[in-house]
Each structure stands twice: as C-alpha cells, then as structure tokens.
Design a protein around this ligand. Structure first.
Ligand code: SF4
Length: 63
C-alpha cells in the first residue's frame, strides 16, 4: 500500500489523525502530513478507514 495526500483539499479536520495516528499527523499549519507513505500491514485497515472518512477526500490510497 502507498498513501499520499492532496494538501490543497485538506481542511484540517484531524479525522485521519484520530483514526490512524501512526500514519497521519497535522503540520504546523494544521494540515495533513503523511508520516508513513508505505504503512505497516497492521495499519493498512485504519489507513483505508481514514481515507474513506476524510470529509474532503484528501487522502489517496494505492494498492
Ligand atoms: S481527515 Fe482529511 S481533511 Fe481532515 S485532516 Fe485528514 S486529510 Fe485533512
């Protein structure tokens, strides 16, 4: 799995950080920062959940 973000879409809700804190964080400006571009297998499910629940569809997951 590869994960990336589209920063221009992020509204800084923090939903992804709540769901998968090992994979996402907010930067100093309050927008998403991908910590793990290739999440560990045990974090893949949460990563998919975060992408689905992101209110602005700012997370892109490629398998
Ligand atoms: S859930 Fe989406 S909008 Fe919210 S911080 Fe994460 S990437 Fe940004």
């Amino acid at each position: 799995m590869k994960v990336s973000s589209v920063p221009d879409r992020c509204c800084g809700s923090g939903v992804c950080v709540e769901i998968a804190p090992e994979v996402f964080d907010l930067d100093d400006d309050g927008f998403v920062q991908v910590l793990a571009e290739a999440p560990a297998p045990e974090h893949e499910s949460a990563t998919r959940d975060a992408a689905t629940r992101c209110p602005t569809m700012a997370i892109v997951v490629d398998d």
